[in-house]
Design a protein around this ligand. Structure first.
Ligand SMILES: [Zn+2]
Length: 112
């Protein structure tokens, strides 16, 4: 990995951004001081569904970042756990917590 400190800085920045967004999403509640009609009800449940799937996505990304940060501290970040080769930066951008290079990941998935 070119510059592990830079990667760590970016991951930490993304982590606090996600923390803020998740806190905001958790606060987002539809007001319940009036009884919604059927159309409102449909809109509200759509919004709630979007909210929940957003939260799930962000939580999944958050977990990925936590793992990646742990791997940086342990010195295993960006190194394939199977062949010991560096994992491509393109792949790490998508999956910061990747533990296998693309070749080993594909082999792993075929074995399953
Ligand atoms: Zn590998």
């Amino acid at each position: 990995v070119a510059d592990i400190n830079q990667v760590k800085k970016e991951l930490l920045a993304r982590k606090s951004q996600l923390e803020q967004e998740l806190a905001q999403l958790a606060r987002l509640k539809v007001s319940d001081d009036q009884v919604p009609d059927a159309a409102d009800q449909a809109l509200i449940s759509t919004l709630e569904e979007i909210n929940i799937s957003l939260q799930n996505n962000e939580r999944a990304e958050y977990e990925m970042i936590i793992k990646a940060l742990r791997m940086i501290d342990e010195g295993t970040y960006g190194i394939c756990s199977e062949c010991g080769q560096p994992i491509s930066e393109k792949r790490l951008k998508l999956y910061p917590n990747a533990t296998r290079c693309l070749v080993c990941q594909e082999a792993f998935e075929e074995r399953r």
